[in-house]
Design a protein around this ligand. Structure first.
Ligand SMILES: *Cc1c(COP(=O)(O)O)cnc(C)c1O
Length: 391
């Protein structure tokens, strides 16, 4: 028997359970309408909130940077891979977020995992929302700190846990997503920040789905709630609304310099190509120069969610442009997603273990660049595809 045959058995089990997933292949740019598997569809499955993936200024900036500085950076940041462009981007983000300093990682995933694992030891404690992103969970595990999970958005439970830990040695890190990626709801940050302050805990927010979406010009949930100075660590991503790739961590200068010394993805994985850093820099210009993109995003989100609600779809807890349609078990979500695709809409089916059993869904994300006509056509596809759920 080949050594890896147990994996083939696992795949057979996925197939039997109706949870086997094939990758959809994008044959065009990521945009409001894109070609997947050779078919033009309305794309409700990207995180390209503001349409920046194809913004001419981002493309021009990346082409110019590649021509001037080459295709790659040549090394990890701490050896010889820190380019002027990297520092410019970090200064730009720090200014935008109104914090002392910022460090950019290869992705939001490595920003979270690298940061949490760098600042905690096995003697410390993490108090973490049950629906926090996988990269936070992995960072917590890598740190070997004690992990205390509180029920989703239950800030009273989080504070209760902090109170119980008051006399227990070790540092405490209270951590929440700003916007939760599967439900599109917003974390109770004012209450969490108050609890952290009261109990002397470090407060950390992962703003992956709020960067470019919430707050003035997309400054994120800390700005949205007016919590400047009360959140110690802000993580954001450059891969979603910013339209490119990367993750960043904001905080005090010393905290950021500490990460230079101890965050393992920073130390052991090569920095972004110049084209990536230059495109991200251009994106921050767009956030300030074209605020109408964010306005359109929220108008479209309102229009789309109201349309789904009117049709009687269960959009769960959504408060943001992430609008899930809950359908029950995973196989139903995958079936619905396929029917939608056949009707010309890409919306991803998501089931266990990404979301709890019985809470499977088709997740939709509208963007600033979808037209009303596209959203109306998408709604018609939802009406038709719904029939597959009635059997
Ligand atoms: C997408 C996401 C990340 C990871 O960001 P990438 O830049 O894609 O690696 C981290 N946290 C949350 C909450 C996310 O939704």
């Amino acid at each position: 028997m080949p050594a890896l045959s147990y994996l083939t058995e696992q795949l057979d089990q996925f197939r039997a359970a109706g949870t086997y997933q094939r990758l959809r292949v994008l044959g065009s740019a990521s945009a409001a309408e894109s070609r997947f598997d050779g078919k033009e569809v309305i794309n409700l499955a990207s995180n390209n909130y503001l349409g920046l993936c194809t913004h001419p200024k981002l493309i021009e900036a990346s082409v110019a940077a590649a021509k001037k500085y080459g295709a790659g950076s040549g090394a990890v940041r701490t050896i010889s891979g820190t380019m002027t462009l990297h520092l410019q981007l970090e200064e730009r983000i720090a200014q935008f977020k109104n914090v002392e300093a910022c460090v950019v990682f290869q992705s939001g995933f490595t920003a979270n995992a690298g940061t949490v694992s760098a600042i905690l030891t096995p003697e410390d404690h993490v108090i973490s929302d049950a629906l926090n992103h996988a990269s936070i969970i992995d960072g917590c595990r890598l740190s070997r700190a004690k992990i205390h999970v509180f029920p989703h958005k239950d800030h009273a439970a989080a504070e209760q846990k902090l109170a119980e830990l008051d006399d227990v040695p070790g540092r405490k890190l209270l951590i929440s997503d700003g916007v939760f990626s599967m439900d599109g709801d917003i974390g109770p940050l004012p209450e969490l920040a108050a609890a952290a302050q009261k109990h002397g805990a470090i407060m950390m927010v992962d703003d992956a789905h709020s960067s470019g979406v919430l707050g003035r010009n997309g400054r994120g949930t800390v700005d949205h709630f007016g919590l400047h100075g009360r959140v110690d660590i802000q993580v954001g991503t450059l891969s979603k609304a910013i339209g490119v790739l990367g993750g960043y961590v904001c905080g005090t200068r010393d905290f950021i310099e500490y990460l230079y010394h101890r965050a393992r993805p920073f130390l052991f994985s090569t920095s972004h190509p110049p084209a990536v850093a230059a495109a991200c820099l251009a994106a921050f210009d767009i956030l300030e120069q074209e605020p109408e993109r964010i306005d359109n995003l929220w108008k479209n989100r309102q229009y789309w969610k109201e349309a789904l609600d009117r049709e009687g779809f269960d959009t769960g807890l959504s408060e943001t442009p992430i609008v899930p349609v809950l359908v029950g078990e995973a196989d139903r979500a995958y079936r619905f997603s396929q029917a939608l695709f056949d009707e010309g809409v890409l919306a991803t089916g998501i089931g266990f273990p990404t979301v709890p059993k019985g809470k499977a869904r088709v997740r939709t994300i509208v963007t600033a660049t979808h037209t009303r006509e596209e959203l109306d056509r998408a709604l018609e596809a939802f009406r038709k595809a719904r029939k597959t759920l009635e059997t």
